[in-house]
Ligand binder design. Structure first.
Ligand code: SF4
Length: 460
């Protein structure tokens, strides 16, 4: 069987990351690998041919992209679309559809967390992929338009819940993805110590419930230690030394993570980074992660007033945030902290407090995000109820370059200015630059960081 995986070019050659659970424009020079597509390759049979066109990673123009699409031979086509550049992506979707009129065509993307977009796209394609780990690709290629049946991991009707089982954790078995297909030079990871890297997932979805985040809608999908180990052997055999663990919260499933970390320490010499949740902070876990090669964790701090986030069903305490940062510093693990500016209840004073807090705590990177009506989030629901959003007009992004809405206490313009201020005050401190220099491990590491910094400055 021939399987075609397609990512359209992004407007202005921006680095837009398209995933089932979220989509965003890179805040610096980086571009994540398309993790959902990587997982989908793990569902292919060994003799299946997977053709992959990434118009964004390869910075293709319209003609180059369509030339490659015309050369694709697929029995099944899957295209990734984004809310961040919906108009452009949808136009490319129509061009792809025109070329593959007789072939089963599926989509994936964050925008389909919205019922109106599900309803619209299902008029034009065979289904929306919502869980890549349970796909049966042969059924996708043969059961087209069979809206009466069920396709595992695929949404084929617009109404009804995407995950009827709710947030209940699901265990899956899976083969290693075809990492070799995703070694394009266009992919870069901002915290990597080596330019060449790959992406591994031990848990897809998220067990937490923060209502401002699209991921809160996805149940955790758990992989076994044995499956992940087989994947790491494959990655090591490809000569890849750097890994980004794409779990939304690494370390949740200790039953699989503990033996995995022990084996990584004994058998491999990967360097790696991951997202980590302050509620999971445990000295032993962080120690084991460090011993297994972890050099950077990304944590959600989100606000200086951590407790205020309970209204969004984020139940973290400030002590947990400060403890994970202290433990990581002690173990010489770098910390990137995510912050959100302009949540619905915040005013300018709240935002300024968050910026001050980012300057006070000993962290290595800060990601300042603008609160946005992300598909599936409660912010989006409120905006829809208030009639602010119009179908087809998207482009809202946490990066803050487009589609800032502001809230009832602060204007979009002021929010954008505050994000710039936050960036300048955090990254342009001599003490910060000295800390980064002290923590840079090699010339390759330094070059990656300098490129990211230059790109961030340009974007600001
Ligand atoms: S823990 Fe992170 S990924 Fe999970 S719902 Fe909360 S913000 Fe989203």
């Amino acid at each position: 069987m021939n399987i075609a995986l397609i990512i359209p070019p992004s407007p202005g050659r921006t680095n837009i990351i398209r995933m089932i659970d979220c989509s965003h424009e890179a805040k610096a020079n980086y571009l994540w690998q398309p993790n959902d597509f990587m997982i989908i390759t793990s569902r292919a049979e060994p003799d299946d041919d997977v053709q992959f066109v990434d118009g964004t990673a390869d910075a293709l123009d319209n003609d180059q992209f369509l030339e490659l699409i015309d050369a694709v031979r697929g029995d099944l086509v899957i295209i990734a679309l984004s809310s961040v550049c919906w108009e452009s992506d949808y136009a490319y979707f129509l061009k792809v559809k025109e070329r593959f009129a007789a072939i089963p065509l599926y989509v994936l993307g964050d925008i389909f967390l919205e019922e109106a977009y599900r309803r619209h796209i299902l008029e034009h394609c065979d289904g929306i992929i919502v869980n890549p780990y349970v796909l049966d690709l042969r059924s996708l290629a043969t059961q087209r338009k069979d809206r009466t049946g069920r396709l595992s991991g695929v949404c084929i009707t617009a109404d009804g819940p995407l995950f009827p089982e709710g947030k209940r954790a699901v265990a899956v078995t899976s083969s290693p993805p075809r990492h070799e297909l995703f070694q394009k030079t266009g992919y870069r990871f901002p915290f990597a110590m080596h330019v060449r890297f790959t992406t591994v997932t031990t848990m897809w979805g998220c067990p937490f419930t923060c209502t401002y985040c699209s991921d809160s809608k996805f149940p955790p999908i758990l992989r076994s230690y044995e499956d992940v180990l087989r994947e790491l052997v494959h990655v090591a055999n490809l000569g890849i030394r750097e890994i980004f663990f794409a779990d939304k919260v690494f370390g949740f499933n200790r039953k699989s993570i503990d033996p995995l970390l022990a084996t990584m320490r004994e058998r491999f010499s990967f360097s790696w980074s991951c997202y980590f949740h302050p509620q999971l902070c445990d000295r032993n876990l962080l120690q084991d992660m460090k011993a297994a090669g972890c050099h950077t964790i990304i944590i959600g701090v989100d606000s200086a007033d951590v407790r205020s986030l309970k209204r969004y069903r984020r139940y973290t305490e400030r002590e947990q945030v400060e403890r994970v940062i202290a433990e990581a510093n002690d173990l010489r693990i770098d910390v990137c902290a995510d912050f959100i500016l302009g949540l619905e209840h915040e005013d300018e004073a709240d935002i300024l407090r968050t910026i001050e807090y980012a300057l006070e705590i000993p962290i290595d990177f800060a990601s300042f995000n603008i609160a946005a009506p992300l598909p599936g989030s409660d912010i989006r629901r409120s905006m829809n109820e208030a009639g602010v959003l119009k179908f087809g007009r998207e482009g809202f992004d946490t990066c803050g370059r487009s589609g800032i809405l502001g809230n009832r206490n602060i204007t979009a313009r002021r929010l954008r200015e505050l994000r710039k201020t936050a960036f300048r005050r955090f990254y342009l401190r001599p003490s910060y630059l000295l800390r980064r220099l002290r923590r840079t491990r090699s010339v390759e590491h330094l070059l990656i960081q300098v490129q990211e910094m230059i790109s961030m400055i340009r974007k600001i």
